[in-house]
Ligand binder design. Sequence first.
Ligand code: ZN
Length: 373
Amino acid sequence: MADRTPAGHDLADAERAVDALSQGEFVVLADSRAEDASASLMLGAQFATPERVAFLSKHAYGLIRLCLTDERCRQLQLEPIVGGGDEWRPTVSICARGAGPTGASAEDRALTIALAIDESKGPADFVQPGHVFPLRARRGGVLERPGRTEAAVDLARLAGLMPAAAISLVVDDRGIVVSGDRLAAYCRDHGFPLVTISEVRSYRRAHEPLLTRVASAKMPTAHGDFRAVAFRERVTGAQHLALVMGAVADVDGVLVSLHGECVLGDVFRTTTCSCRRALELSLERISAEGAGVLVYMIGAHESRRLVESSACSGRPLAIDDFAIAAQILGELGLTSVRMLTRQQDGPGLDQFGLRMLERVPLASMSDIRDADG
Ligand SMILES: [Zn+2]
């Protein structure tokens, strides 16, 4: 798969990273592809031999962090350090009991990592502090928190490895964090695949079943009779609605529309945005065809923000929304679609397992405004 979307996501980069990790190779995990984004060199923890730990120290920074699942940290009684950065949850450092006198050699650190991922070992097998610095990932991984710890654990799991990774910040021999063009050159020179946190998130959304169908009911509307099907995202709890008309399963070129919730426009019909009109036009078009699906992507809103953003509270749909919408459509049995849209380019559904036959212009923004007027 090598679809590069205009959003800049390339699932192929995540694919390459997963492949490399599964073979015990190093990859570089970056916060983003921004010029100043920092990155870590990472390796599946189960491959952390003394040689590879030495390599990690030599080619990154030397402080070796061990990304572990929340569950494993609980087993090892590794609690996040209070005041140690709530967001990224470092725990007290550890050393394998029985390691050498300093615990700092590559051999000692490899032993510490090996014991930390060995389910038969418990808190009594470690002393604190040590020279391996655990980080405690959130349970929902990168879908819960788009952080490097979570992305590292997710990547290891996606590669079919134990869900644990050794990482080390990429810093040069002058102590300067390597980023941008220098990071790209670093990856090229060493042959390390580069992957970003958001690419890991998109990869998960594209490959994992993330939805539960929670309810379904008939829903007559001014635009005809639909069936409303409610879905919930398992990790985030976000809920979405699909309005389905007619036969759509295994039908070629089903008309579909994705709509990002806009409370102010959709519900209160604010005259400052065209969301409500776009929603109605979509339902009309589907109704005119006698078949189709409108996916209503519900976002998280704070009432304060809603009022402050009085122009439009519509959520612009991101690449991840397309991944979720594609799963909803897949659940409903759709395989090939025609997508109603206000844009002639932008993310599509084709990279998430659906055949997209065409983009059907919903109407230009000016048409919608005229119709409003
Ligand atoms: Zn709006």
